[in-house]
Design a protein around this ligand. Structure first.
Ligand SMILES: [Cu+2]
Length: 383
């Protein structure tokens, strides 16, 4: 724009011109313009569109800061799932969190897990690559009773080693799962058997404890619900629903582990492996009570989970039933990574009520709302 004075009149401040410019850098006409005066639209550069980038054979997310000093291990940790290593594509309508039926051998409940890389639909038209147990996200649900003896055979068919941690359960140390701490990680193709008795009751979960920032963040977790030996010990409801939360980063068909760092921030969010409107709907009748079990299987954000239509009563935290005088009413509850809350909600009026995260970005799908929400949203329909 030669010959055009972009200054818009006299400079507002009196700082000498020298101190307003970076040596050797052309600061453009804006340097003499008050900061509050925007450049006209026609003067703005085109928005540069970013794409995933290539680091050797790895695909890195757009916007990630990468420097010479970074190790290849760090790069591998944050790279996209290698789609060539995916061994199974789940049908778009497949659901995770399916109860797993054990076989009973000499009084021990025996479960079989197989870990693998899969393709998984979080929406009918959005597919991610995921680390899965038994080809589902979340992994299968373990429904146990206090006092059960269990054996869980974990066959690892991932292209990398893994372990499983039984979050919140008191187990023999060698069964606890942290890779390179209490056990050698399970190598690809190998099977490791976890054996323990379950002496607690309540809402727990399992997850990978080998690079959990990547493996758990990409789907390797599942619910572990333990019924008390004495049924009366548990706050009762007419129906119940378990919500496992997760963040995802999917761009241009590549799935990266979501993390709170540059370039790795999530753009999709799921309850039980599905983003709204693909999430489940809870259907109940007026006056009925539902027990919602929130599981912090998410490993980045604290999600303030909110329920419309009246407060719920918080009756258990991290598997422990709260004493009567420790229970409280609330309508929004921060579900942080690793935490579990059981809450009771009574249907006080007919209609469609929402359960959703109260960070509004987490109720969008790649920043777009669909059917009034997205991501961490689901409906309760009261008839
Ligand atoms: Cu959230």
């Amino acid at each position: 724009m030669s010959g055009t004075d972009m200054g818009g009149g006299a400079p507002i401040n009196s700082v000498p011109a020298d101190s307003q410019t970076m040596p050797g850098m052309d600061m453009g006409g804006a340097s003499s313009t008050a900061a509050s005066t925007p450049a006209p639209l026609s003067q703005l550069p085109e928005t540069p569109l970013q794409t995933p980038t290539r680091m050797g054979t790895l695909v890195m997310p757009p916007g990630m800061i990468m420097t010479k000093s970074m190790s290849m291990d760090a790069m591998r940790d944050m790279a996209a799932v290698d789609l060539n290593l995916v061994t199974y594509a789940a049908p778009p309508e497949a659901r995770g969190d399916q109860p797993l039926t054990p076989t009973t051998v000499d009084g021990v409940k025996v479960f079989n897990f197989e870990t693998s890389l899969i393709r998984w639909n979080i929406l009918p038209d959005v597919q991610v690559a995921a680390y899965a147990v038994n080809r589902q996200v979340p992994g299968p649900r373990l429904q146990l009773t206090q006092g059960d003896q269990v054996r869980i055979n974990v066959k690892n068919t991932l292209p990398e080693s893994t372990t499983i941690h039984w979050h919140g359960l008191i187990v023999p140390n060698a069964m606890d799962g942290p890779a390179d701490v209490t056990q050698k990680p399970i190598a690809p193709g190998q099977t490791f058997t976890y054996a323990f008795s379950v002496n607690q009751a309540g809402t727990y979960f399992y997850h990978s404890h080998r690079s959990p920032d990547r493996q758990q963040g990409l789907g390797l977790y599942g619910a572990l619900l333990v019924a008390p030996k004495r049924a009366a010990a548990e706050p009762k409801a007419d129906l119940e629903y378990t919500l496992q939360l997760q963040e995802w980063l999917q761009r241009e068909g590549y799935t990266f582990p979501a993390m709170i760092m540059e370039g790795a921030l999530p753009n999709f969010f799921t309850i039980n492996g599905k983003a709204y409107p693909a999430t489940d709907t809870i259907r109940m009748r007026l006056g009925q009570r539902v027990k919602l079990r929130f599981i912090g299987s998410n490993n980045n954000f604290v999600h303030p989970m909110h329920v419309h239509g009246g407060p719920f009563e918080v009756v258990a935290r991290d598997g422990e039933v709260l004493k009567e005088n420790g229970r409280f009413l609330a309508d929004t509850l921060n579900v942080g990574p690793g935490q579990r809350y059981d809450v009771l909600w009574t249907a006080q009026a007919r209609g469609t009520w929402l359960i959703h995260c109260h960070i509004p970005h987490h109720t969008t799908n790649d920043n777009v709302e669909q059917e009034g929400g997205g991501g961490l949203t689901m409906k309760i329909v009261v008839e």
